[in-house]
Design a protein around this ligand. Structure first.
Ligand SMILES: Cc1ncc(COP(=O)(O)O)c(C=O)c1O
Length: 354
Protein backbone atom coordinates (compact mmCIF):
# COMPACT_ATOMS: atom_id res chain seq x y z
CA UNK A 1 0.00 0.00 0.00
CA UNK A 2 1.13 3.57 -0.73
CA UNK A 3 1.05 6.32 1.91
CA UNK A 4 -1.42 8.23 -0.27
CA UNK A 5 -4.00 5.47 0.27
CA UNK A 6 -4.07 5.89 4.06
CA UNK A 7 -6.95 7.58 5.81
CA UNK A 8 -6.00 10.38 8.22
CA UNK A 9 -5.13 11.28 10.88
CA UNK A 10 -2.76 8.33 11.29
CA UNK A 11 0.67 7.68 12.71
CA UNK A 12 3.54 6.85 10.39
CA UNK A 13 6.63 5.07 11.63
CA UNK A 14 9.71 5.21 9.45
CA UNK A 15 11.30 1.79 9.82
CA UNK A 16 14.61 2.76 8.20
CA UNK A 17 15.00 5.49 10.80
CA UNK A 18 13.96 3.28 13.70
CA UNK A 19 16.55 0.71 12.61
CA UNK A 20 19.18 3.43 12.30
CA UNK A 21 18.43 4.74 15.82
CA UNK A 22 18.54 1.24 17.30
CA UNK A 23 21.84 0.46 15.57
CA UNK A 24 23.39 3.77 16.54
CA UNK A 25 22.52 3.40 20.23
CA UNK A 26 23.57 -0.27 20.20
CA UNK A 27 26.96 0.72 18.76
CA UNK A 28 27.50 3.17 21.63
CA UNK A 29 26.91 0.48 24.24
CA UNK A 30 28.62 -2.40 22.40
CA UNK A 31 32.10 -1.75 23.81
CA UNK A 32 31.14 -0.41 27.23
CA UNK A 33 30.64 -2.05 30.60
CA UNK A 34 27.24 -0.30 30.84
CA UNK A 35 24.45 -1.73 28.70
CA UNK A 36 21.13 -0.49 27.37
CA UNK A 37 17.74 -1.36 28.87
CA UNK A 38 15.53 0.79 26.63
CA UNK A 39 12.35 2.32 28.00
CA UNK A 40 9.15 0.89 26.49
CA UNK A 41 7.15 4.06 27.27
CA UNK A 42 8.24 5.35 23.85
CA UNK A 43 7.67 2.55 21.31
CA UNK A 44 4.95 0.68 23.23
CA UNK A 45 5.07 -2.08 20.64
CA UNK A 46 6.86 -5.42 21.04
CA UNK A 47 7.95 -5.07 17.39
CA UNK A 48 10.42 -2.35 18.40
CA UNK A 49 11.40 -3.93 21.73
CA UNK A 50 12.24 -7.17 19.91
CA UNK A 51 14.56 -5.28 17.56
CA UNK A 52 16.22 -3.48 20.48
CA UNK A 53 16.88 -6.79 22.24
CA UNK A 54 18.21 -8.35 19.05
CA UNK A 55 20.64 -5.41 18.79
CA UNK A 56 22.08 -6.10 22.25
CA UNK A 57 19.76 -4.51 24.81
CA UNK A 58 19.91 -6.49 28.07
CA UNK A 59 16.20 -6.12 28.83
CA UNK A 60 13.36 -3.62 28.68
CA UNK A 61 12.34 -0.85 31.08
CA UNK A 62 8.65 -0.01 31.60
CA UNK A 63 6.71 2.52 33.63
CA UNK A 64 3.57 0.48 34.20
CA UNK A 65 2.61 -3.12 34.87
CA UNK A 66 0.27 -2.99 31.87
CA UNK A 67 3.30 -2.40 29.65
CA UNK A 68 5.08 -5.28 31.37
CA UNK A 69 2.12 -7.55 30.60
CA UNK A 70 2.31 -6.62 26.91
CA UNK A 71 6.00 -7.55 26.85
CA UNK A 72 5.47 -10.74 28.84
CA UNK A 73 2.73 -11.85 26.43
CA UNK A 74 5.18 -11.27 23.58
CA UNK A 75 7.82 -13.32 25.42
CA UNK A 76 10.17 -10.34 25.80
CA UNK A 77 12.29 -9.34 28.78
CA UNK A 78 13.83 -9.31 31.35
CA UNK A 79 11.59 -6.47 32.47
CA UNK A 80 12.38 -3.65 34.87
CA UNK A 81 9.45 -1.60 36.16
CA UNK A 82 11.21 1.70 36.83
CA UNK A 83 8.36 2.81 39.01
CA UNK A 84 6.57 1.90 42.23
CA UNK A 85 3.95 -0.84 42.06
CA UNK A 86 1.61 0.02 44.89
CA UNK A 87 -1.68 -1.45 46.12
CA UNK A 88 -3.38 -4.85 46.14
CA UNK A 89 -4.89 -4.79 42.60
CA UNK A 90 -1.46 -4.20 41.03
CA UNK A 91 0.35 -6.62 43.33
CA UNK A 92 -2.05 -9.38 42.34
CA UNK A 93 -0.97 -8.78 38.72
CA UNK A 94 2.70 -8.61 39.69
CA UNK A 95 2.63 -11.98 41.44
CA UNK A 96 0.68 -13.46 38.52
CA UNK A 97 3.52 -12.45 36.20
CA UNK A 98 6.08 -13.90 38.62
CA UNK A 99 4.10 -17.14 38.86
CA UNK A 100 4.17 -17.32 35.05
CA UNK A 101 7.96 -17.29 35.29
CA UNK A 102 8.34 -13.75 33.92
CA UNK A 103 11.67 -12.18 34.90
CA UNK A 104 10.37 -8.89 36.31
CA UNK A 105 11.98 -6.53 38.80
CA UNK A 106 10.21 -3.54 40.33
CA UNK A 107 11.47 -0.33 41.89
CA UNK A 108 10.75 0.38 45.55
CA UNK A 109 11.32 3.47 47.64
CA UNK A 110 9.22 3.02 50.78
CA UNK A 111 9.07 0.55 53.62
CA UNK A 112 5.28 0.28 53.30
CA UNK A 113 5.57 -0.80 49.66
CA UNK A 114 8.31 -3.33 50.44
CA UNK A 115 6.11 -4.88 53.13
CA UNK A 116 3.05 -5.19 50.87
CA UNK A 117 5.12 -6.68 48.02
CA UNK A 118 6.63 -9.17 50.45
CA UNK A 119 3.19 -10.16 51.77
CA UNK A 120 1.71 -10.58 48.27
CA UNK A 121 4.70 -12.65 47.12
CA UNK A 122 4.61 -14.83 50.23
CA UNK A 123 0.91 -15.51 49.78
CA UNK A 124 1.41 -16.42 46.11
CA UNK A 125 4.50 -18.52 46.82
CA UNK A 126 6.74 -16.53 44.46
CA UNK A 127 9.97 -14.56 44.89
CA UNK A 128 9.69 -10.87 44.04
CA UNK A 129 12.72 -8.92 42.84
CA UNK A 130 13.39 -5.24 43.50
CA UNK A 131 15.77 -2.37 43.06
CA UNK A 132 15.69 0.76 45.18
CA UNK A 133 14.84 4.03 43.50
CA UNK A 134 17.10 6.87 44.59
CA UNK A 135 16.16 10.55 44.17
CA UNK A 136 19.12 11.88 42.19
CA UNK A 137 17.76 15.43 42.06
CA UNK A 138 14.54 15.20 40.07
CA UNK A 139 12.50 15.16 43.28
CA UNK A 140 9.90 12.71 42.05
CA UNK A 141 10.15 9.33 43.81
CA UNK A 142 13.23 7.95 45.53
CA UNK A 143 15.17 7.60 48.73
CA UNK A 144 17.14 10.67 49.72
CA UNK A 145 19.87 9.60 52.11
CA UNK A 146 22.24 6.70 51.46
CA UNK A 147 21.34 5.44 54.96
CA UNK A 148 17.70 5.20 53.86
CA UNK A 149 18.78 3.19 50.81
CA UNK A 150 20.88 0.81 52.90
CA UNK A 151 18.02 0.30 55.36
CA UNK A 152 15.62 -0.48 52.50
CA UNK A 153 18.11 -2.92 50.93
CA UNK A 154 18.34 -4.73 54.26
CA UNK A 155 14.58 -4.80 54.59
CA UNK A 156 14.28 -6.36 51.12
CA UNK A 157 16.56 -9.20 52.19
CA UNK A 158 14.75 -9.69 55.51
CA UNK A 159 11.39 -9.73 53.67
CA UNK A 160 12.36 -12.48 51.27
CA UNK A 161 12.50 -10.13 48.26
CA UNK A 162 15.52 -10.50 46.02
CA UNK A 163 17.48 -7.24 46.30
CA UNK A 164 19.11 -6.45 42.95
CA UNK A 165 20.42 -2.89 43.14
CA UNK A 166 19.37 0.70 42.62
CA UNK A 167 18.12 3.15 40.02
CA UNK A 168 18.02 6.91 39.62
CA UNK A 169 16.54 8.99 36.80
CA UNK A 170 17.99 12.41 36.07
CA UNK A 171 14.83 13.59 34.32
CA UNK A 172 15.50 17.17 35.42
CA UNK A 173 18.64 17.15 33.23
CA UNK A 174 17.73 15.23 30.07
CA UNK A 175 16.32 18.16 28.08
CA UNK A 176 18.62 20.99 29.19
CA UNK A 177 21.10 22.72 26.84
CA UNK A 178 24.32 20.69 26.48
CA UNK A 179 26.61 22.32 29.07
CA UNK A 180 23.96 22.61 31.75
CA UNK A 181 22.81 19.06 30.99
CA UNK A 182 26.34 17.76 31.50
CA UNK A 183 26.66 19.51 34.88
CA UNK A 184 23.21 18.51 36.15
CA UNK A 185 23.65 14.92 34.97
CA UNK A 186 27.06 14.66 36.64
CA UNK A 187 25.60 16.03 39.87
CA UNK A 188 22.78 13.46 39.69
CA UNK A 189 25.15 10.59 38.97
CA UNK A 190 27.39 11.69 41.83
CA UNK A 191 24.38 11.29 44.13
CA UNK A 192 23.73 7.79 42.74
CA UNK A 193 27.41 6.91 43.30
CA UNK A 194 27.17 8.00 46.95
CA UNK A 195 24.30 5.54 47.42
CA UNK A 196 26.30 2.79 45.68
CA UNK A 197 29.26 3.54 47.95
CA UNK A 198 27.11 3.22 51.08
CA UNK A 199 25.66 -0.07 49.84
CA UNK A 200 29.15 -1.43 49.16
CA UNK A 201 30.30 -0.43 52.65
CA UNK A 202 27.28 -2.24 54.08
CA UNK A 203 28.16 -5.39 52.13
CA UNK A 204 25.14 -4.92 49.84
CA UNK A 205 26.82 -4.62 46.45
CA UNK A 206 24.23 -3.69 43.80
CA UNK A 207 24.10 -5.97 40.79
CA UNK A 208 22.06 -3.32 38.88
CA UNK A 209 22.77 0.42 38.80
CA UNK A 210 20.20 1.73 36.30
CA UNK A 211 20.04 5.41 35.28
CA UNK A 212 19.72 7.75 32.34
CA UNK A 213 17.54 8.95 29.50
CA UNK A 214 18.08 9.93 25.89
CA UNK A 215 19.54 13.35 26.70
CA UNK A 216 22.05 11.87 29.15
CA UNK A 217 22.77 8.42 27.70
CA UNK A 218 26.39 9.20 26.82
CA UNK A 219 27.19 10.74 30.21
CA UNK A 220 25.32 8.04 32.15
CA UNK A 221 26.62 5.22 29.96
CA UNK A 222 30.22 6.24 30.68
CA UNK A 223 29.79 6.84 34.40
CA UNK A 224 31.79 4.47 36.63
CA UNK A 225 29.62 1.89 38.32
CA UNK A 226 26.57 2.37 36.08
CA UNK A 227 25.48 -1.01 34.71
CA UNK A 228 22.60 0.08 32.45
CA UNK A 229 20.86 3.06 30.86
CA UNK A 230 17.07 3.41 30.47
CA UNK A 231 16.92 5.68 27.39
CA UNK A 232 13.61 5.47 25.53
CA UNK A 233 12.95 8.51 23.34
CA UNK A 234 16.01 7.96 21.12
CA UNK A 235 14.19 5.29 19.14
CA UNK A 236 11.58 7.74 17.71
CA UNK A 237 13.10 11.18 18.50
CA UNK A 238 10.20 13.57 18.83
CA UNK A 239 10.34 17.27 17.97
CA UNK A 240 11.54 18.42 21.36
CA UNK A 241 14.34 15.87 21.57
CA UNK A 242 15.28 16.55 17.96
CA UNK A 243 16.10 20.13 18.96
CA UNK A 244 18.41 18.86 21.73
CA UNK A 245 20.29 16.10 19.90
CA UNK A 246 19.79 16.94 16.23
CA UNK A 247 22.67 14.96 14.76
CA UNK A 248 22.61 11.74 16.75
CA UNK A 249 19.25 10.16 16.03
CA UNK A 250 16.54 10.52 13.39
CA UNK A 251 12.90 11.52 13.86
CA UNK A 252 10.92 8.40 12.96
CA UNK A 253 7.37 9.16 14.12
CA UNK A 254 5.00 11.51 12.31
CA UNK A 255 1.27 12.11 12.16
CA UNK A 256 -0.20 12.23 8.68
CA UNK A 257 -3.11 14.69 8.41
CA UNK A 258 -5.36 16.14 5.71
CA UNK A 259 -6.12 19.82 5.15
CA UNK A 260 -9.90 20.28 5.50
CA UNK A 261 -10.13 24.09 5.19
CA UNK A 262 -7.99 26.94 3.90
CA UNK A 263 -8.97 30.30 5.34
CA UNK A 264 -6.50 32.99 4.25
CA UNK A 265 -3.91 33.39 7.02
CA UNK A 266 -4.46 29.89 8.30
CA UNK A 267 -5.55 26.43 7.27
CA UNK A 268 -7.17 23.64 9.29
CA UNK A 269 -6.24 19.96 9.32
CA UNK A 270 -8.08 16.93 10.66
CA UNK A 271 -5.94 16.15 13.73
CA UNK A 272 -6.73 17.75 17.08
CA UNK A 273 -5.93 17.03 20.68
CA UNK A 274 -7.54 13.59 20.44
CA UNK A 275 -4.69 12.42 18.22
CA UNK A 276 -1.86 14.95 18.82
CA UNK A 277 -0.47 16.62 21.94
CA UNK A 278 1.14 20.03 22.39
CA UNK A 279 2.31 20.22 26.00
CA UNK A 280 5.93 20.37 24.75
CA UNK A 281 5.14 23.22 22.35
CA UNK A 282 3.23 23.55 19.08
CA UNK A 283 4.06 20.63 16.74
CA UNK A 284 5.40 21.56 13.30
CA UNK A 285 5.16 20.01 9.87
CA UNK A 286 8.13 17.89 8.89
CA UNK A 287 9.44 20.63 6.58
CA UNK A 288 9.08 23.19 9.40
CA UNK A 289 6.94 25.53 7.27
CA UNK A 290 3.68 24.93 9.12
CA UNK A 291 2.90 25.16 12.83
CA UNK A 292 -0.07 23.42 14.48
CA UNK A 293 -0.53 26.59 16.51
CA UNK A 294 -3.93 25.83 18.02
CA UNK A 295 -5.53 22.47 18.74
CA UNK A 296 -9.17 21.81 19.40
CA UNK A 297 -10.55 18.32 19.84
CA UNK A 298 -10.53 17.27 16.18
CA UNK A 299 -8.94 20.25 14.41
CA UNK A 300 -5.54 21.94 14.27
CA UNK A 301 -4.98 25.48 13.06
CA UNK A 302 -2.02 25.50 10.72
CA UNK A 303 -0.13 28.76 10.45
CA UNK A 304 3.24 29.78 9.01
CA UNK A 305 4.78 30.39 5.61
CA UNK A 306 3.56 27.06 4.23
CA UNK A 307 -0.11 28.09 4.38
CA UNK A 308 0.09 30.04 1.12
CA UNK A 309 0.50 26.95 -1.01
CA UNK A 310 -2.12 24.76 0.70
CA UNK A 311 -5.35 23.43 -0.82
CA UNK A 312 -8.17 21.41 0.69
CA UNK A 313 -7.27 17.74 0.51
CA UNK A 314 -3.50 18.26 0.79
CA UNK A 315 -1.63 15.97 3.13
CA UNK A 316 0.50 17.49 5.92
CA UNK A 317 2.95 15.33 7.88
CA UNK A 318 3.41 16.61 11.41
CA UNK A 319 6.36 15.86 13.70
CA UNK A 320 4.90 15.52 17.22
CA UNK A 321 6.64 17.78 19.74
CA UNK A 322 6.04 15.06 22.36
CA UNK A 323 5.98 11.65 20.72
CA UNK A 324 5.16 9.53 23.79
CA UNK A 325 1.89 11.29 24.64
CA UNK A 326 0.88 11.62 20.99
CA UNK A 327 1.34 7.94 20.16
CA UNK A 328 -0.47 7.05 23.39
CA UNK A 329 -3.63 8.60 21.89
CA UNK A 330 -3.35 6.41 18.79
CA UNK A 331 -3.74 2.68 18.26
CA UNK A 332 -1.61 1.67 15.29
CA UNK A 333 1.66 2.51 13.56
CA UNK A 334 1.59 2.49 9.78
CA UNK A 335 5.12 1.31 9.22
CA UNK A 336 6.73 2.86 6.18
CA UNK A 337 9.77 2.44 4.03
CA UNK A 338 9.83 5.53 1.86
CA UNK A 339 6.32 5.98 0.44
CA UNK A 340 5.32 2.32 0.93
CA UNK A 341 3.39 1.07 3.95
CA UNK A 342 5.10 -2.23 4.74
CA UNK A 343 3.30 -3.21 7.96
CA UNK A 344 0.76 -2.19 10.55
CA UNK A 345 1.83 -2.54 14.17
CA UNK A 346 -0.79 -2.21 16.90
CA UNK A 347 0.44 0.05 19.72
CA UNK A 348 -0.29 -2.62 22.30
CA UNK A 349 1.10 -0.59 25.19
CA UNK A 350 -0.99 2.51 24.46
CA UNK A 351 -3.18 3.71 27.32
CA UNK A 352 -1.85 1.11 29.75
CA UNK A 353 -2.19 3.40 32.76
CA UNK A 354 -2.34 0.71 35.39
C1 LIG B 1 12.37 6.41 35.02
C2 LIG B 1 12.67 6.81 33.62
N1 LIG B 1 13.74 6.27 33.00
C3 LIG B 1 14.05 6.57 31.73
C4 LIG B 1 13.28 7.45 30.99
C5 LIG B 1 13.67 7.66 29.54
O1 LIG B 1 13.93 8.93 29.24
P1 LIG B 1 14.03 9.50 27.76
O2 LIG B 1 12.65 9.78 27.30
O3 LIG B 1 14.84 10.73 27.97
O4 LIG B 1 14.73 8.54 26.92
C6 LIG B 1 12.17 8.06 31.61
C7 LIG B 1 11.36 9.03 30.87
O5 LIG B 1 10.34 9.51 31.26
C8 LIG B 1 11.85 7.72 32.95
O6 LIG B 1 10.80 8.27 33.58
Amino acid sequence: MRLTELDTPCLLLDLDRVEWNIARMAAFFAERPAKLRPHFKTPKTPEVARRQLAAGAIGITVAKLGEAEVLADAGLGPILVANQVVGAPKLRRLVTLLARGVDITVAVESEANVREIAAAAREAGVTAQAIIEVDSGMHRCGTVSPAETVALARLLGESGIRYRGIMGYEGHAVLLPAEERQLKAEAALTIVSAHVEALLEAGLAPEIVSVGGTGTYAIAGSWPGVTEVQAGSYVFMDGRYQQMLPVEFESALTLLTTVIAVRGEYAVCDAGMKSLTNEFGAPKSVDGRLVASRLSEEHAHLTGEGVAGLAVGDRVEILPSHGDTTLNLNSVYHVRRGDEVVAEWPILGARKYH
